[in-house]
Design a protein around this ligand. Sequence first.
Ligand SMILES: C[S@@+](CC[C@H](N)C(=O)[O-])C[C@H]1O[C@@H](n2cnc3c(N)ncnc32)[C@H](O)[C@@H]1O
Length: 234
Amino acid sequence: MPELYPDRDPSLIVEFLSAIGSDQPALELGAGTGRVALPLSRQSRRVVCVEISSGLADQLEQAGGDLDVHVLRADMAAYNTEERFGLIYAVRSSFFHIGTQDRQVEALRRARAHLAPGGRLVLDCFVPDLQLLQRGGEVTLNDSSDDAADLRACSVDTVTQRITYREIQLSGLAAPRVLPVEQRYCWPAELDVMARLAGLELEDRYGDFMHAPFTNASRQHVSVYRPVTSVDRS
Ligand SMILES: C[S@@+](CC[C@H](N)C(=O)[O-])C[C@H]1O[C@@H](n2cnc3c(N)ncnc32)[C@H](O)[C@@H]1O
């Protein structure tokens, strides 16, 4: 099985994450083939990876070699380990792979329960594209060369907030490859309310991993949550 997103350089993500809870282990939700987890663990950090696909989990385990990387073959809304983490994170909108609002809240509760004191949850998610929601779907060309093309077809259901993607890789040399992906998107404000239900509160929100401000124009948000400390009795 090929590596996930081999062309997407994770160094800015790793730099951002390595500053959080760095004296404690980290947990990645939806780690894929370890694009982020492996370089993070190369910074002398233990990284535990939750990954639901056994094929990707096997690949990640092999690539981990001598690094302190441990793979949990589990659902990010249903894993359990005794270990506690200074950092729990999900990048590239992996959190949206959880298909319902209830299960997303459960994943946030689970993350809260696995945070060490002072730990933080970081979620990197896309901001829903209003025009795409209105159109109901689209086909886009991600990349192309003389003998290859990488297409993405998607359709949106605004009632369930679900997006169905088909990533279609065409190459003159190989059979077409179709990767099906389903996501349940939500707005940053909904995410904050779900996090509140799980005992987490927003600490910071950026527009990217370089700490750019989050603005009207941001297509992505990098949100940092901490355990709720104050009880509002008003
Ligand atoms: C967008 S990919 C991101 C992979 C990796 N984090 C990266 O940035 O390269 C999402 C990953 O989440 C995994 N995944 C999807 N649903 C999951 C679930 N419910 N629990 C755990 N992993 C899940 C997929 O198998 C996939 O590896």
